[in-house]
Design a protein around this ligand. Structure first.
Ligand code: ADP
Length: 480
């Protein structure tokens, strides 16, 4: 099967979150299964500076309203990059800490059309274009309304994966003429969203199959609480909606081989490796006593991830004898809140603001407990990585977390973590206190750690599910 993986970010090229991990790992896993895969993404500055991509010498042009914007293609291994310096040669992918880039609509209209140009110019005839998130939401519409008429794409179907309903790409109605799409689709059944143009809605309405990143989230997004205004659209397309859990890259995230941690370990032999990691982390954080339980948080500092809930219980946790480590980057408000806590508790609370992939390995490995108090979580990778590193999570039982973490059952000793329901400081506190109690009990804790490390979160199963879904999409008749 020929799969064109169109993603706004993909590991190892550019990453702001789990989408990059998913797109990169899925592309690699499909290639291992002997499918022909090309990853297509923008030629961001970070890619340009870090990878020796080759200029394909295939210039193309896209008409954006009255402007003609020129692009070029670059190639690195199985990835094709859409180059256009005026749009992508910038310090960040989507914006700075003060907000999104003002021309994001143009940037991703250009990218979405560039996906088709890249396929044509590289002679890669896709059976499936697999698009990810709002940035590629127009691709399914372009396929149905414009490019499908080209014999080159006559057999092509689209699969659209929603990684997070909270980010929809909503722009002024005046954006539509820039896209070159027919004005007739600007209505509530199409891509209009309360008088504006919604890219994520476009993908949801026109994709042959829609997927999201966990079975639980696939159900949740059809409800007003989690649908962010698109729950009705998703209910209408429920017969085309599938939930497939993400995997993690088990070569990259493997405590037995991880070169970013000072002690390697495996489910069969956890000590002394994990203990060495904890000592290193504890000392880097400036903690005084590595015997204290070390509880950590890694993630975007946003309302969604609930870092504020963790901050709300931090004082009491420290008083309970816990050391706390936060690694994150995000909203100013939450960054300031955590920085103030670090000043207040310099000996037992450490905050690192920034995105530090390498250091995150040590945090996952060197911690005893992983905190993930997300208000909602489409899939979540943090909890899976933590489990693989023998660091049981204390986490909200929502979305993909409830599909991947098994709540601890004291009688049988089964389970891999501690789930709570309400996203309140009280519920988090109760769950954390319970986990600490079991941790201090010793033996039972070691059982949970072993259970956690025995879980299989490899991409093999998930990639096989995607192949089934591609097959379903290809079996469908073309429609309007
Ligand atoms: P998101 O909603 O942000 O995509 P996920 O849990 O799906 O959340 O994925 C987050 C990924 O990004 C994980 O691999 C996590 O380890 C990583 N990550 C998040 N914040 C940081 C950070 N500040 N430094 C390093 N890695 C981070």
């Amino acid at each position: 099967m020929n799969v064109l993986m169109a993603a706004p970010e993909a590991f190892p090229y550019a990453k702001t979150g789990g989408l990059a991990d998913a797109a990169g790992a899925l592309a690699a896993e499909l290639a291992k299964m002997d499918h022909h895969v090309r990853l297509v993404m923008p030629f961001y500055r970070t890619v340009k500076e870090r990878f020796p991509a080759m200029d394909c010498g295939r210039p193309f042009e896209v008409k954006i309203g009255e402007r003609i914007i020129a692009g070029n293609l670059y190639r690195h291994e199985n990835a094709i990059f859409i180059g256009c310096d005026q749009l992508y040669d910038r310090p960040d992918l989507y914006g700075t800490s003060s907000g999104d880039y003002a021309d994001n609509a143009v940037r991703f209209i250009f990218f979405s059309r560039g996906v088709f140009e890249a396929a044509r110019l590289c002679g890669f005839k896709p059976d499936i274009i697999h698009c990810h998130d709002w940035q590629t939401g127009l691709v399914p519409v372009y396929l149905k309304k414009i490019y499908g008429a080209d014999p080159f794409f006559s057999g092509t179907k689209s699969v659209f994966t929603i990684h997070n309903m909270g980010y929809q790409g909503v722009f002024r109605a005046e954006t539509l003429p820039l896209s070159g799409l027919p004005p007739g689709i600007f209505n509530p059944e199409g891509l209009e969203f309360y008088g504006k143009m919604n890219f994520l809605k476009a993908g949801t309405v026109w994709a042959d199959i829609i997927t999201t990143v966990s079975p639980t989230y696939a159900g949740q997004i059809q409800t007003p609480e989690y649908g962010f205004g698109l729950d009705g659209v998703l209910r209408n397309r429920a017969d085309r909606l599938r939930g497939i859990i993400n995997g993690i890259d088990d070569c990259l995230w493997n405590p037995a081989r991880d070169r970013y941690i000072p002690g390697n370990y495996s489910a069969g032999k956890i000590m002394p490796g994990k203990g060495i990691c904890k000592k290193r982390l504890s000392s880097l954080c400036g903690f005084k006593d590595p015997a204290r339980p070390l509880v950590s948080f890694v993630g975007r500092l946003s309302h969604q991830k609930g870092s504020d809930l963790a901050a709300a219980v931090a004082g009491e946790a420290v008083a309970e004898g816990v050391d706390l480590m936060f690694l994150g980057k995000g909203d100013d408000l939450y960054q300031r809140e955590l920085a103030a806590l670090a000043e207040k508790y310099p000996e037992s609370l450490c905050v690192r603001i920034g995105f530090d992939e390498e250091f995150s390995h040590l945090v996952y490995a060197g911690s005893d407990i992983f905190l993930m108090p997300s208000r909602y979580e489409p899939c979540g990778l943090g909890q899976m990585i933590a489990l693989r590193y023998g660091t049981p999570p204390v986490a909200t039982g929502t979305g993909g977390i409830s599909d991947t973490v098994r709540n601890y059952l004291p009688l049988s000793g089964a389970g891999t973590g501690f789930l709570f329901g309400e996203t309140t400081p009280g519920a988090l506190r109760q769950s954390l206190w319970y986990a600490l109690c079991v941790y201090r009990g010793g033996n039972r804790w070691r059982g949970i750690v072993r259970n956690a490390m025995a879980e299989d979160f490899s991409w093999r199963k998930s990639a096989a599910r995607y192949v089934e879904v591609y097959g379903e999409a290809m079996g469908q008749a073309s429609g309007g």
